[in-house]
Ligand binder design. Structure first.
Ligand SMILES: NC(=O)c1ccc[n+]([C@@H]2O[C@H](COP(=O)([O-])OP(=O)(O)OC[C@H]3O[C@@H](n4cnc5c(N)ncnc54)[C@H](OP(=O)(O)O)[C@@H]3O)[C@@H](O)[C@H]2O)c1
Length: 232
């Protein structure tokens, strides 16, 4: 069992701007009882069901384009609570269930000390101002999964948002099947890299586009055809 701590460090922004200029390290209280400030958020939580809150010690977190776009002036920044902590994806270790105890964790297939990875729902994150660039976070099942033992914290922390987006588009909605020919516009993008690998793993033929500097990386993912999206 980990020693209880009362504060932790997090990267936080207080105003809109370029993410690299806006983020500063702050000491924050360990998140335990996030306040639910709005009716919108309460109804969102309701729609996700009565899940217990799980305290996670974050070992690695990744940034997606949405994280800097949300802070950038003129974007949807006005929707984001400030001060706020960016980051949706994480990998870390289960500290405890904040609602209930060991039994609640076990019922979810989790246990204290378990290596897990997952995602904080974007709408909650924006409204609560909490994100994964923090040493501790509160996360909710079912968006917490046990880590495959062969993968590192860093690898698992980059899976969720871009990976699930591509999976939903190709497999859930697109009903991808082995042998199909798929064109992925921008195979070097965050979602594109996942889309290429999902297609190849499922036995599809993949054509894609990228700029010159990304060709080598895509060749390493065994794409079948790569074209430059810029005119010659
Ligand atoms: N990232 C996510 O988790 C996520 C989740 C949900 C939805 N989305 C949506 O998915 C879309 C793509 O986002 P992303 O985050 O995957 O992109 P991204 O990581 O920002 O990458 C953009 C890519 O587009 C390529 N590109 C630039 N100009 C192009 C052109 N004219 N034709 C073809 N490719 C071009 C670039 O290739 P080079 O690097 O080779 O120059 C770059 O890799 C966006 O609409 C985004 O809102 C993203």
């Amino acid at each position: 069992m980990e020693k209880p701590v009362s504060s932790c460090k997090a990267w936080r922004f207080s105003s809109n701007g370029i993410i690299t200029d806006s983020l500063k390290i702050h000491d924050i209280p360990i998140p335990s009882t996030p306040s639910f400030p709005s009716r919108v958020l309460r109804s969102l939580l309701k729609s996700y069901g009565p899940h217990p809150r799980i305290l996670i010690r974050v070992a690695a977190a990744s940034l997606n384009p949405v994280d800097y776009k949300m802070i950038y002036p003129g974007s949807a920044a006005f929707l984001v609570r400030k001060p706020g902590i960016p980051g949706s994806d994480f990998a870390g270790v289960v500290v405890c269930a904040l609602d209930g105890g060991k039994e609640q964790l076990e019922a979810l297939g989790l246990h204290v000390g378990m290596r897990v990875y997952g995602h904080l729902v974007t709408e909650w994150r924006m409204l609560l101002g909490t994100g994964t660039l923090s040493q501790y976070i509160v996360a909710y099942p079912p968006l917490i999964l046990p880590m495959p033992p062969q993968l590192s914290f860093e690898e698992c922390s980059s899976v969720f948002l871009a990976g699930i987006t591509s999976w939903q588009a190709l497999v859930k909605v697109g009903k991808l099947k082995a042998g199909q020919r798929v064109f992925i516009n921008g195979g070097s993008s965050g979602t594109g890299v996942w889309a290429v690998q999902i297609c190849k793993a499922m036995g599809a033929y993949v054509s894609t586009t990228c700029s010159e500097s990304s060709r080598e990386m895509l060749a390493g993912l065994s794409v079948d055809e790569v074209g430059d999206f810029l005119p010659p």
